[in-house]
Design a protein. Structure first.
Length: 447
């Protein structure tokens, strides 16, 4: 039996109500939604809503939510609880709300405002908690990416984007050259943006800074050029959805010159009614807690006038996507991150780790660009994050990777036929020079 097509699937009454709210105040945002995005809603009368109502009014007995309780809290096993020091069982073992702990959402929003001065006075949403950034990217895809939609990205990109948007959702990724000279290819971006907007009602753009795999963040002037190009296309009538993947946000080292220190999201929010920005970030890299899987999606509407309704509607649809997929993000991870954000020592601790990474990056910047290695590779510009790329000369990068691993015991990532990615985030400073000397030797052995 052939599965029903998206236009044959009935849209529920609750989804229709959300869509009507957008149609009334921001019809351009309604047009940005994918078929699934238009169908999504958070059940107003479902189990969670009824449980919330019972929690408030059921003074005699509450037999609603599907957990086991003892006394006033969740049932738990001491053999598990004893490994969680200082966190109450209710903050570790309970279900979390689909959008995340309210206190965590509020604290992350405060963090966004403090780190992105351009957000001052702008209207944007309360961050929604995701199971790290990959989950957030998937949720944004559910809402805004459908079969046949087009996504524009630089050609130096994280390969999982293809799995998320092309394989899962049936969209098409198109690219433009990341670099022009020693910086970001702003003219190439503008040209590709305008070319792909022709004849299309909607275009999705994904920008990842600091970039994986290049480790590059645009200069302030390059950032302004990116924003201007997006505004120009939106003003010309194309609906533009921008995913700002800020996974490595804050890890700025300013190698070779000053880079942006704000997210593009801060400049794109409230810029034009035809432009919707979504910020994807999280504790994963910013707080060095990769395994906690705690990320965020924040909505930046194009128009301040309709922002409240747009944020409320998209919040409900995102909660519906979370509820129907993973139900909620683990409570324990959220509790840990929320408490850390409230700790008075967090900023200083982050600065200390940032300094460790900065010193490593500076050493890589110094060594990798040494003239003695010029016959083996070209260094792509980098200034931030975890990574840097070299363009191998005279031999296939995958051959080099395998040879380097099998003969010399050194592991790197081949991201294309020419490029090797070095994660300096996991190199001690005294390992840097030997790594590049070994890489040089391996390339010369194959040339």
């Amino acid at each position: 039996m052939t599965p029903p097509q998206s236009d044959e699937i009935e849209i529920s009454r609750q989804a229709q109500q959300l869509n009507r709210q957008l149609a009334d105040v921001a019809p351009e945002v309604l047009d940005m939604l994918s078929p699934l995005g238009k169908r999504l809603y958070f059940p107003s009368g479902g189990i969670l809503a009824q449980t919330a109502e019972a929690r408030e009014h059921a003074h005699a007995a509450n037999a609603t939510i599907g957990i086991a309780t003892e006394g006033d809290g969740p049932m738990y096993l001491p053999s598990l609880a004893r490994h969680i020091e200082g966190i109450e069982p209710a903050d570790a073992f309970n279900y979390a709300p689909p959008a995340g702990r309210p206190g965590l959402r509020a604290r992350w929003r405060e963090k966004l405002g403090a780190e992105n001065p351009s957000l001052r006075g702008k209207a944007y949403g309360q961050p929604i908690v995701t199971s790290a950034i990959t989950h957030g990217l998937m949720l944004c895809g559910d809402l805004f990416v459908g079969v046949g939609d087009r996504l524009l990205l630089p050609d130096k990109l994280w390969g999982n984007y293809r799995l998320t948007y092309e394989v899962r959702l049936g969209a098409k990724i198109v690219t433009f050259p990341f670099y022009a000279g020693n910086g970001f290819n702003t003219e190439g971006f503008r040209a590709a943006l305008e070319e792909n907007a022709v004849g299309r009602e909607k275009l999705v753009v994904l920008l990842n800074f600091p970039n994986n795999p290049t480790g590059y963040v645009p200069t302030p002037a390059e950032g302004d050029a990116i924003v201007a190009a997006l505004e120009r296309v939106a003003a010309a009538g194309t609906k533009v959805v921008v995913f700002c993947d800020d996974a490595y946000f804050g890890l700025f080292y300013h190698l070779g010159g000053e880079s942006m220190t704000e997210s593009l999201f801060a400049k794109l929010a409230n810029l034009h009614s035809n432009l919707l920005a979504l910020k994807l970030d999280g504790a994963t890299k910013e707080l060095f807690v990769w395994g906690l899987r705690c990320g965020f999606v924040t909505v930046g509407p194009g128009s301040a006038a309709s922002a409240e309704v747009v944020c409320d509607v998209l919040d409900a649809k995102l909660r519906g996507a979370i509820r129907s997929g993973i139900s909620n993000v683990p409570m324990l991870s959220q509790s840990i991150v929320e408490r850390a954000l409230g700790a008075g020592t967090l900023d200083e601790e982050r600065k200390q780790k940032h300094e460790v990474l900065r010193v490593r990056a500076e050493k890589v910047f110094e060594v990798a660009g040494a003239p003695r290695f010029a016959e083996s590779w070209e260094v792509y510009p980098f200034n931030s994050g975890y990574f840097m790329l070299v363009k191998v000369r005279g031999v296939d990068a995958e051959r080099v990777r395998k040879h380097l691993l099998e003969k010399h015991g050194v592991g790197l990532i081949a991201t294309s036929a020419t490029d090797l990615r070095v994660a300096f985030s996991c190199l001690e400073v005294d390992e840097v020079e030997n790594l590049f000397e070994t890489l040089h030797r391996a390339i010369q052995e194959l040339v």
